[in-house]
Design a binder for this molecule. Structure first.
Ligand code: DLL
Length: 434
């Protein structure tokens, strides 16, 4: 089934017309309402009126995550706060998150787009979906929640954690759809197996997975472990959250909701456009957002675009699974973590040296974060309790900035390797996902 055939199967020509009209409106909106964009456009000598075809988007400047940090919290909002009805947030590169806002209309569009994505994955109003994303500032849970509701699906908002209870609910409530990160879904499968529960004991049939990169071999494992069709969907808070793109049951790339997002793929070094099928950094311009529109946002995600119509009948371009990032952002159990956030916590704490290491590993299917820090010689007071208090302090500050738990290990002074050149701060020992 196709949720919105008028838009999902639109001819490319009509789509371009629609995109052009919406793009022009968005450029006008940001130029008139957001001082940051006015300054940037003026600096490049371009005006919204200079857009005479879609390709003219290339005359306009890129927007980087830095702009969101510099305009924290509401500086890039294009709607007055009285019209903003929801806020979400995601990791920034320092201690402060980045904040995004939605008007009522933005929320309505968001639900529509998620309804498209869940429908293309084969989910219907007969389904019961268990949402294992964490409810909160993260866009994943609320985004999927209202979109699934829009599609008439029964929702079990179980949120993240409580693994055994999740499995009990799944069984007792007859969940047919599992929503979450692929790594948590694998962890749940392992826990279910330990409880003696296998696919035959459950009604699960579809997995809606996203928020982190995952490989085809993980897909096979998930499909086997749960007896489901596992589908991928992609998005990011800065442009809306989930709902940017998703796989249909053919699983031949994720259909991009192009009537709401104009996508480009560029060479991350030069900024020059890449052709269809050529890998590069995905750049997104929102076409309908009111509260938080973004122009040529550099996602840092590497993918390719394919404009051939899909066997499913949809004409919307498809993006391949994300194969990596152009920056150092780590995704740990679905939570975005920048090494610079960790550093910003450590530099503010007395008693530790500027040498640290971030170690990411997998325990079973779960990601584990460990931060190794060296207390200064002064911190070794001879009283064990002082060191313990230091460890607790680092742990709780990290938890509050990163929103995930980290194991903190205090290392002997001078034991963390000093580098001759660039410090190797991050050791990611997880198996590669592609
Ligand atoms: O992760 C939004 C989302 C929630 C998407 C639930 C899908 C499902 P952020 O927390 O802002 O938003 O993280 C965005 O996560 O730039 C990618 O690097 C990564 N990412 C998201 N979905 C995928 C995916 C949400 N399907 C960042 N495959 C993005 C690979 C993904 N990476």
């Amino acid at each position: 089934m196709i949720w919105d055939p008028r838009h999902e199967c639109i001819s490319r020509e009509q789509l371009r017309e629609l995109q052009f009209r919406r793009l022009k409106e968005t450029l006008k909106l940001v130029y008139n309402r957001v001082p940051y964009y006015k300054e940037q456009f003026d600096r490049c000598g371009v005006l919204p009126e200079d857009l005479s075809c879609l390709e003219d988007i290339r005359k306009f400047p890129f927007t980087a995550k830095l702009a969101l940090r510099d305009n924290y919290p509401y500086g890039l909002f294009a709607a007055p706060m009285k019209d903003v009805v929801r806020l979400h947030a995601s990791s920034g590169t320092t201690g402060k998150p980045i904040v995004v806002g939605y008007t009522k209309n933005d929320l309505k569009n968001w639900s529509e787009l998620i309804a498209r994505i869940v429908t293309m994955a084969g989910v219907t109003d007969e389904d019961v979906a268990q949402i294992t994303f964490g409810y909160g500032l993260f866009t994943g849970a609320f985004g999927l929640h209202y979109g699934l509701e829009r599609a008439g699906v029964t929702i079990v908002p179980s949120s993240v954690g409580n693994t055994e209870k999740q499995i009990m609910l799944m069984k007792d409530f007859g969940a047919t759809v599992l929503v979450g990160t692929p790594s948590y879904a694998l962890h749940l499968a392992e826990a279910a197996a330990k409880m003696g529960i296998g696919p035959g004991d459950l009604k699960l049939r579809v997995g809606l997975f996203g928020a982190e990169a995952w490989s085809e071999s993980m897909r096979c494992e998930l499909e086997k472990a749960w007896g489901i069709k596992a589908t991928d969907n992609y998005g990011l808070s800065e442009v809306m959250g989930p709902g940017v793109s998703g796989e249909c049951t053919e699983a031949l790339g994720m259909h991009v909701n192009e009537d709401h997002f104009l996508v480009e793929v560029i060479d991350p070094e030069t900024g020059h456009p890449k052709g269809p099928g050529e890998p590069g950094e995905l750049v997104i311009t929102t076409l309908t957002k009111e509260a938080f529109p973004v122009i040529r946002y550099r996602t840092r995600d590497i993918t390719t675009l394919n404009y051939d119509p899909c066997i499913c009948g949809r004409t919307l371009a498809r993006m391949r699974k994300v194969t990596g990032r152009t920056d150092d952002m780590l995704i740990i159990s679905g939570v975005n973590v920048f090494p610079s956030q960790i550093e910003s916590v450590l530099v503010e704490i007395d008693g530790i040296s500027p040498h640290y290491q971030i170690i990411v590993t997998k325990k079973g299917y779960l990601d584990m974060l460990e931060v190794r820090v060296e207390p200064t010689e002064k911190a070794f007071t001879g009283n064990f309790k002082d060191l313990e208090a230091l460890e607790v302090k680092i742990k709780s500050r990290l938890q509050s900035v990163l929103s995930i738990g980290a194991r903190v290990r205090l290392a002997e002074p001078f034991s963390i390797e000093r580098s001759q050149g660039k410090a190797k701060r991050v050791i990611d020992n997880r198996p590669k996902s592609s």
